[in-house]
Design a protein. Structure first.
Length: 522
C-alpha cells in the first residue's frame, strides 16, 4: 500500500506538524546556517502564506530544546547541546488592526502570558517598558539569554496602508516596542523578525547596525517556498493522485503545478520556488485551482496602485535594483516595490552589468486572481463573473474572428458607467490591458522587438494577434505603426496565422471607436 501523504493546511505550528506525521519539507538546514553565522539580529521579508510563520515556529521549538521533534531532520545532526533558552514568540498576524487601540490589546495579552510564565511582577503599564522588563527578567531567572521571534512585525502597518492616521499611530507604537532590541542587547541571544516588507521609515532598521537582512541573501534564497527538488522529493504521492483525478499524465500534472504555482524567485541566483500554500492545497484537494488569492483580498494594494496612477503595462514587466525593493514607504509607495513585497511581482532575471532585476508576474494563479481584483478599479461596470461579452471575446479570438472580438470589446467599453469613465490614455491602456489579460488566453503586453514595443500580443492554438492601441488617434495610424516597425517579423516561422489589429479609443465617446484588421502572409 502506498504511503498516505497528510497535508497540514493552514497549520503553522511545527510541533503539531511533526507529531501529527504531516508532510514537512525540511528547512532546518537554515537554522544551522544561522548558528554558523553567529549573528544575533535577522530580518526576512517574504509574501504572505509563504512559510514565514512555520519557520519561526521551527526556531521556537529548536531553541526550547525540543530535540525529539527534530529527529531525522538536518539540524539533528548539528553539533548543538540542545539547552533550553527562554523564547518570546510574538505573532502579530492574528488581528486586522482597524482600530488604533488594537495593538495595545494584543501586546497586553501576550505580555501578561510571559509575565505569568516567568513570574514577573508588573510595576509599569508602559508597554515598551514592560517588554524590556520581560526580556531582562527572563534572562535573569533562567540564566540564558532570550530569543525573540516576531512574526509579521509589520502587520499593523500593512493593514493601514490607506489610513494615514492609523499608519502613523502604529508606526510610533511599534517603534517603541522594537527599540528594546537595541537597549536590551546584553540580554538577547537571537532576534528574528519576519514580515512583508522592510519599511524605510521604521526605527528598528536604523537603530540596529548589525541587523542581518537575509531577504536577498543567496544563502537563504530557499528558506521559504518549495523548490522543484523538494516538490519531487516530498510530494510524489500527491502528484500521482492529482494526475489521476485530473485524468492527465504525471508529466502533465507537473507542468500544470509549475504553470500555476511556481515562478517565485527571491535572489539573483536563487531557484524558482512554488507557493507552499497553493501547492499544499492542490495536493490535498488533488485539483488545480486558485488558492492563494482566497487568503487575503489584495484590495489595499489595488487601491494604492490606483492612488498613484500606476502604469500597469510598465509595472508588470519592469527592471529595478535591489535598493528599489529593500525599503518601502507605504504612505507614498513605489508601485514596483509594493507589488514585489506583496507577492504579485517576483524576480525573473538578473543583469550583472547593470546590477538590476527584471520583474514579472510569478504564475497563472497570481495573474488571474489579482487582475480580477484590479479590473473594477479601472473599468467600473458590470462584474466580470459570467459576463457574456468577455466570453464572446475569448471565443472569437480563439476561432479567428477578430472583427467580432473587437465588436464585443467595444460593447464592453460602451457599458462603462458615465461617472466612472476612462479619463486619460494611461487609464485606457490599463483597462484594455487588464481586460485582455484576464480573459484567460496567452497574452503579453509591451512585447519587445528590435524596433519597438508591441502593445499587446495574444496567442491561441491557431492565431497570433498583434495589437497596437491609440488614444484619440486613428486606427489607421496604429496599424501603420505595426507595419512600419515590422512587429510581425518577431513571429515569422511560427505555424500560426498572424493577424494585425490597430485600435483607436475615443475620449469623447469613452469607448473603442474604430479598428483596422490585416492578416499577414508569411
Amino acid at each position: 500500500m502506498a504511503n498516505i501523504e497528510k497535508y497540514a493546511i493552514g497549520e503553522q505550528d511545527f510541533r503539531i506538524i511533526r507529531s501529527g506525521c504531516y508532510v514537512y519539507v525540511d528547512k532546518t538546514n537554515y537554522i544551522a546556517k544561522i548558528l554558523q553565522d553567529g549573528g544575533r539580529y535577522y530580518f526576512l521579508a517574504r509574501p504572505r502564506r509563504f512559510g514565514k510563520s512555520l519557520f519561526l515556529s521551527t526556531l521556537k521549538y529548536f531553541f526550547e530544546g525540543r530535540r525529539e521533534l527534530f529527529k531525522g531532520l538536518y539540524v539533528d545532526s548539528v553539533d548543538w547541546d540542545w539547552t533550553e533558552f527562554p523564547v518570546l514568540h510574538l505573532d502579530l498576524n492574528r488581528e486586522k488592526y482597524a482600530e488604533p487601540d488594537k495593538l495595545d490589546a494584543v501586546l497586553d495579552k501576550v505580555f501578561r502570558e510571559w509575565e505569568e510564565k516567568y513570574k514577573i511582577e508588573v510595576k509599569d503599564t508602559n508597554l515598551p517598558q514592560r517588554f524590556q522588563t520581560i526580556i531582562e527578567e527572563a534572562h535573569r531567572k533562567t540564566g540564558r539569554r532570550v530569543v525573540v521571534l516576531v512574526d509579521e512585525y509589520d502587520k499593523p502597518l500593512v493593514g493601514n496602508i490607506n489610513n494615514e492616521d492609523n499608519f502613523e499611530h502604529y508606526r510610533t507604537k511599534l517603534g517603541g516596542i522594537y527599540s528594546n532590541f537595541k537597549s536590551s542587547a546584553p540580554h538577547l541571544q537571537l532576534v528574528f523578525l519576519t514580515g512583508v516588507s522592510r519599511f524605510s521609515k521604521l526605527s528598528v532598521f536604523s537603530d540596529l547596525n548589525n541587523l542581518n537582512d537575509i531577504t536577498f541573501n543567496e544563502k537563504f534564497a530557499d528558506i521559504c517556498g518549495i523548490t522543484q527538488k523538494e516538490l519531487t522529493g516530498y510530494f510524489q504521492e500527491g502528484i500521482r493522485k492529482l494526475a489521476e483525478t485530473e485524468e492527465i499524465g504525471i508529466e502533465e500534472a507537473m507542468k500544470e503545478l509549475k504553470r500555476n504555482y511556481d515562478g517565485y524567485r527571491f535572489t539573483a541566483k536563487g531557484s524558482d520556488t512554488y507557493n507552499p500554500w497553493s501547492l499544499l492545497n492542490s495536493m490535498d484537494a488533488s485539483k488545480i485551482s486558485d488558492y492563494w488569492n482566497d487568503t487575503g483580498m489584495p484590495t489595499l494594494v489595488a487601491e494604492s496602485l490606483k492612488r498613484v496612477d500606476a502604469d500597469l503595462e510598465d509595472t508588470f514587466d519592469t527592471y529595478c535594483t535591489v535598493s528599489d525593493l529593500k525599503g518601502l514607504d507605504l504612505l507614498n509607495p513605489n508601485p514596483i516595490a509594493l507589488l514585489y513585497q506583496t507577492g504579485y511581482l517576483t524576480i525573473k532575471d538578473y543583469d550583472r552589468e547593470s546590477d538590476s532585476f527584471r520583474l514579472g508576474i510569478p504564475n497563472r494563479e497570481v495573474k488571474r486572481g489579482f487582475f480580477k481584483i484590479l479590473v473594477p478599479y479601472y473599468v467600473k461596470n458590470r462584474p466580470l463573473s459570467g459576463n457574456q461579452l468577455i466570453q464572446a471575446v475569448v471565443r472569437h479570438f480563439m476561432f479567428g474572428n477578430p472583427e467580432r472580438a473587437m465588436k464585443s470589446l467595444q460593447a464592453y467599453f460602451a457599458g462603462i458607467d458615465y461617472t466612472m469613465r476612462i479619463e486619460n490614455e494611461n487609464n485606457f491602456h490599463n483597462a484594455f490591458y487588464l481586460l485582455i489579460d484576464i480573459i484567460g488566453l496567452d497574452t503579453e503586453t509591451e512585447h519587445h522587438t528590435s524596433e519597438g514595443r508591441i502593445d499587446i500580443v495574444i496567442k491561441t492554438k491557431r492565431f497570433i494577434y498583434v495589437i497596437e492601441l491609440k488614444y484619440d488617434r486613428s486606427a489607421e495610424e496604429a496599424l501603420q505603426q505595426i507595419e512600419e516597425k515590422h512587429y510581425p517579423r518577431k513571429f515569422y516561422g511560427d505555424n500560426r496565422e498572424i493577424i494585425l489589429i490597430g485600435a483607436s479609443f475615443s475620449s469623447r465617446s469613452r469607448c473603442i471607436e474604430s479598428w483596422k484588421i490585416k492578416a499577414v502572409k508569411q
